[in-house]
Design a protein around this ligand. Structure first.
Ligand SMILES: [Mg+2]
Length: 273
């Protein structure tokens, strides 16, 4: 048992087999209280050139509605997105939301609230440093959120990007030591954010709040690893894509259709006798 637990803390790639999927469906069905954490970009919707283009389609909205309609099932979307866009895109659903990796929480029938007190005094200085690098890279831009500055470079030239990015990361080393910030590299983004904000602490809040006997978490990005690590060993944790992960399983990388299909299967199976 000990070896099993420690090996679960290693990053690995292990695909979700048909057998495990059947077990997952079964465990979901027989559970009394279910809790499902879903990342948004790269998990429920494909990556797009500009972040505002990733609006949920009808199929996704219908799936999330079906899933949240299942009794004793709480769906939480935890995203790096800001709260305004999550509210606009997903606010009509009967689900709970966490924005900026959990800095903000939206529980049902309540307003958005800060999950802790975070200090943000680093922003003006870092913004001007970041702007200098972004100016050197046509197509790149900065997105400002309450607790982070995000450098998006999906639309920029890949070659010049690598160099400028490395310059920036080297430059940032000294700031990380002095300020209350951390640097996070995501899928064609670099995020500078206030320390202590992560999906793991966000996830723990919901686990405490809602004692569940079935937990599922699905995500594709580095930020989701914090959540995978924070969840109990018994949780089903799934990484979308092939890179090694702390998640127990990986799903092949044709992204959102696979995840939506899995969520639909949970619903279908629930109503099958
Ligand atoms: Mg993602």
């Amino acid at each position: 048992m000990d070896t099993l637990i420690s090996s679960e803390k290693e990053m690995h790639t292990r695909y979700l087999s048909g057998e495990v999927k059947q077990q997952l469906l079964l465990d979901f069905k027989k559970a009394n209280r279910r809790l499902i954490f879903l990342d948004y970009d790269g998990t429920l919707v494909p990556y797009v050139k500009y972040p505002h283009q990733a609006k949920p389609g009808e199929k996704l909205l219908a799936t999330l509605k079906h899933l949240s309609d299942v009794s004793n099932t709480e769906v939480v979307i935890i995203s790096g997105r800001d709260k305004a866009i999550l509210q606009e895109w997903l606010g009509s659903l009967d689900i709970e939301l966490a924005a900026e990796h959990g800095a903000w929480r939206k529980e049902k029938h309540r307003d958005w609230q800060l999950s802790a007190l975070f200090v943000n005094d680093w922003k003006p200085e870092i913004r001007s440093v970041l702007q200098q690098y972004v100016n050197r890279l046509p197509g790149a831009f900065i997105e400002e959120k309450d607790f982070s500055l995000v450098w998006h470079y999906r639309a920029a030239d890949e070659k010049s990007c690598a160099m400028i990015k490395n310059d920036f990361l080297n430059m940032m080393r000294k700031y990380v030591d002095d300020m209350n910030i951390e640097i996070l590299q995501g899928n064609t983004v670099i995020e500078v954010r206030t320390t202590g904000v992560n999906k793991g602490t966000a996830g723990k809040y919901w686990i405490e709040k809602r004692r569940s006997d079935f937990i599922l978490a699905i995500g594709d990005d580095r930020t989701d690893e914090d959540l995978f690590l924070a969840l109990p060993q018994t949780a089903y944790t799934i990484k979308v894509g092939t890179p090694p992960s702390f998640a127990r399983y990986n799903l092949l990388d044709n992204q959102q259709p696979v995840v939506i299909e899995l969520l639909e299967d949970l619903v279908k199976n629930e109503y099958t006798t």
